[in-house]
Design a protein around this ligand. Structure first.
Ligand code: ADE
Ligand code: ZN
Length: 334
């Protein structure tokens, strides 16, 4: 089997729908900000300078500590350029980034417009110089509670537009029930935002069902635990619900022991629409290029498989039709 694996060209065009902007910050970038601002966060790195965490709850703490260095719109401008540079190197032509107003300048939501402006400016610059398109999905943090989620949804609703196209929820999936966040999602939907929610990562299949019922999202972040419920798989396949699958993230956080044991290929075989993303790549020692190569090795996927998956991602992207058609054309021809 190993000799029949087709090497995947790193330049293969890719569409990524699930990337946390702060979670994509290289450790050296965060260390640099910490030094500039004299913030002591040495404890979040290992001896090699990588982010270090024991498990998912600890990962969330390390993540939040890293975010304390991101204090000004200028920090986010630099971060956005650094992240898009890495993505463009990996052949990503479109990325949808989760933006968390709660992590901008210590969560002062009144300054959100300034942060968003800085991120948007960097995205426009990157599109011109690197040919990568970015859209933003405002993301509330579940363990910060429903009140904060509403305030975050209000930020999103007030700034919805060509760049800010979606609303979502991340964080500790076991904090609260999806119905607690329905008001925030209703507000975002009414503002014309498209919706996604992390579910079926740390919660089982019921978390996916509850999220679809109460939050009425078009896509599910992760959703991989749906594999444990055949009736749910049928529903997802029938309704065309799109899963933003992040295989390397799930393995690094200990959800599955190896990529071979990951359900992404089985989900796809069952007719569920899957897309591929990296979530928080430096935390998981991964890149898009690495993920594709590892998936090709684990499941024998070829360039044709990845092109089909990326076309599904383009069809599910939270962008305008003109952008979508441009992406679909590039996916065929690049
Ligand atoms: N925030 C950043 N990465 C996350 C993940 N994998 N699950 C939940 N929240 C997150
Ligand atoms: Zn995520």
């Amino acid at each position: 089997m190993t000799d029949t694996i087709e090497p995947i060209d790193p330049a293969l065009p890719k569409v990524e729908l699930h990337l946390h902007l702060e979670g994509a910050a290289p450790p050296a970038f965060i260390r640099g900000l910490a030094q500039e601002k004299k913030i002591d966060i040495d404890g979040i790195f290992d001896a090699q300078g990588h982010y270090a965490y024991r498990d998912f709850p600890h990962f969330l703490k390390v993540y939040e500590a890293a975010c304390t260095t991101l204090q000004t719109p200028e920090d986010f401008h630099r971060l956005t350029l650094a992240v898009l540079e890495q993505s463009a190197r990996d052949g990503v032509i479109y990325t949808e980034a989760f933006l968390s107003p709660d992590f901008c300048g210590r969560g002062d939501l009144t300054a959100w417009r300034e942060y968003l402006h800085a991120i948007t400016e960097a995205a426009v610059q990157a599109e011109k110089t690197m040919g990568i398109t970015m859209r933003g999905v405002v993301t509330c943090i579940r363990h910060f509670g429903p009140q904060k989620a509403r305030a975050t949804a209000r930020c999103a609703a007030e700034t919805a537009g060509e760049f800010l196209t979606g609303f979502g929820i991340a964080g500790d999936e076991n904090a609260g029930h999806p119905r607690d966040f329905a008001y925030a999602f209703d507000m975002a939907r009414e503002a014309g935002l498209q919706l996604t929610a992390h579910a079926g990562e740390w919660g089982g299949p019921q978390s996916v069902r509850d999220t679809l019922t109460h939050l009425r999202v078009e896509r599910i972040g992760h959703g991989v635990r749906a594999i444990e419920d055949p009736a749910l798989l049928d529903e997802l396949a029938e309704n065309g619900t799109v899963l933003e699958v992040c295989p390397g993230s799930n393995v690094a956080l200990g959800l599955y022991p190896s990529l071979k044991a990951h359900p992404v290929a089985r989900l796809r075989e069952r007719g569920v629409t899957i897309t591929l993303s990296t979530d928080d790549p430096p935390f998981f020692h991964t890149t898009n290029t690495y993920e594709y190569a590892a998936l090709a090795r684990a499941f024998g996927w070829t360039e044709a498989d990845f092109r089909a998956i990326n076309a599904d991602a383009a069809r599910a992207a939270f962008c305008d039709e003109e952008t979508r058609q441009r992406l679909l054309t590039r996916l065929k021809s690049d």
